[in-house]
Design a binder for this molecule. Structure first.
Ligand code: GLY
Ligand code: MN
Ligand code: MN
Length: 442
């Protein structure tokens, strides 16, 4: 994305907060085992405001009487360290490349922080993460208090920052939507290849590897979250990520996996028959989940809420469960009592964006459910789960776990399904399962 996009976001974020200073740190490396880190993943808020992908940085945005200034701290250039652990942009290039007003080495943070905070009344920071930064800021403000002589403000009013950035991130702009569409395009290819690769005797880990291969090969930056590659009864563990079981003939396979593109997530689930053909009992459950998912997606439009989408999806699932005699009573009674949660224990959707469970608000300032607006993106993901060990469930359904999940963009007219073309009708899914996976690797 163009750097002017990030600059405009910084201006938009702070414009209405006069005499305020905002502190947004990057992520840092996280230890995986001795001398080894997890792959670096930039902090979503920091990325949203800078587009910059290095650790150990801090963005400081100041608004004094409408005069807005962005200062960035970055790692200094260091020939020796760069040879060992990778290139650094450095302060000089960062200033022009990232359209900052000022850039310093992060090594100067302690020295420069008091003067950067001085003159502001309000300070916006994350209260809960980044303890070291919080402590550094606390010390800096304390030092300002001790040597206070001139008539300038000291930041005594502290505010929790993430929900304010979250509110901005709730509605996606055109560039974000483009990135999410691209993520879904890659995810489509990965799911289709996974359907084609899976056969009785395949190990879940091969399918997991193929998904990641396609996510990267097609230009994404890896997976948006740990892939769930769950065959048979493993599908009844909602966050199953071991992905190491041999796939058995006659079982279903549930794959919940999405590519990350330019840090934007897709989040898609498909369930398909390992041997390429749904059994009659699998079909019965699949049709109920599919009908629930379609009905819930159709209900997406401006003004709608996630709670209402959950109600629509749940009621359709309940209707199916009553027909199968797995629930007694009426749809309304079951929805009210929550008895259906034994088979459908999770919600129907969440916000999607830079984080797979996007770190944006679910309630308005008046504590009401946030109403959909064009540009918001949600998932719609109903499912039904019948664990193999549950003797109260008829034997013919035990071991079946089905979820279908799509990514839905709210538009002025209603919605656009970003993952629409990933097979989900029974015939389409069976056809995709019978393809040769090698055709997806070229
Ligand atoms: N993949 C996580 C979720 O569907 O919410
Ligand atoms: Mn998912
Ligand atoms: Mn999801």
């Amino acid at each position: 994305m163009k750097q002017s996009i990030y600059k405009n976001r910084r201006l938009k974020l702070v414009k209405k907060y006069k005499n305020s200073v905002f502190l947004i740190p990057s992520s840092n490396h996280k230890k995986k085992s001795h001398d080894t880190d997890y792959p670096f993943r930039q902090d979503s808020n920091f990325y949203y405001l800078t587009g910059f992908d290095e650790p150990h940085c801090l963005l400081v945005i100041s608004n004094i009487e409408g005069k807005i200034k962005s200062t960035l701290f970055v790692r200094p250039k260091d020939e020796f360290l760069e040879m060992w652990s990778g290139r650094r942009l450095g302060p000089v290039a960062a200033k022009t490349d990232l359209k900052m007003d000022d850039v310093h080495s992060i090594e100067k943070l302690q020295k420069l922080l008091p003067s950067l905070l001085d003159g502001h009344q309000n300070l916006y920071i994350d209260f809960f993460d980044h303890k070291n930064l919080f402590e550094e800021v606390r010390k800096s403000v304390h030092s300002l208090t001790l040597r206070k002589k001139n008539k300038s403000y000291i930041p005594n009013d502290w505010h929790h920052l993430p929900p304010i950035i979250g509110e901005m991130r709730l509605v996606k702009d055109q560039d974000e939507i483009k990135a999410m569409k691209k993520a879904n395009k890659i995810t489509k290819k990965a799911h289709e290849a996974a359907m084609a690769l899976t056969r009785p005797g395949t190990n879940e880990r091969e399918v997991d590897a193929l998904l990641n291969y396609i996510f990267n090969k097609e230009g994404g930056n890896g997976q948006a979250y740990e892939n769930i590659v769950a065959s048979g009864d493993n599908a009844n563990i909602l966050h199953y990520v071991e992905n190491n079981t041999l796939v058995k003939d006659g079982d279903l396979m549930l794959i919940d996996a999405g590519c990350q593109y330019n840090y934007y997530a897709s989040d898609v689930t498909r369930t398909f028959p390992v041997n390429g053909v749904f059994s009659d009992n699998q079909k019965i459950i699949y049709e109920i989940v599919l009908s629930s998912q379609k009905k819930a997606i159709k209900a997406v439009k401006p003004g709608q809420t996630l709670a209402k989408i959950h109600e629509v999806a749940s009621k359709e699932l309940i209707k199916g469960l009553i027909t199968l005699k797995l629930l007694k009573g009426t749809v309304a009674e079951n929805f009210k009592s929550g008895k259906y949660k034994k088979f459908y224990p999770h919600g129907t959707g969440h916000w999607l964006g830079l984080d797979v469970h996007d770190n944006v608000p679910y309630l308005s300032e008046k504590l009401e459910d946030i109403k959909f607006k064009p540009g918001m993106v949600i998932t719609v993901e109903p499912g039904l789960y019948f664990p193999a060990h549950d003797k109260k469930i008829p034997k013919k359904y035990r071991g079946i776990g089905i979820r279908i999940e799509d990514d839905i963009l709210v538009t002025s007219k209603g919605y656009e399904n970003l993952s629409e073309n990933i097979p989900k009708e029974i015939k389409e899914v069976e056809r995709a399962c019978q393809q040769n996976h090698l055709s997806f690797l070229s």
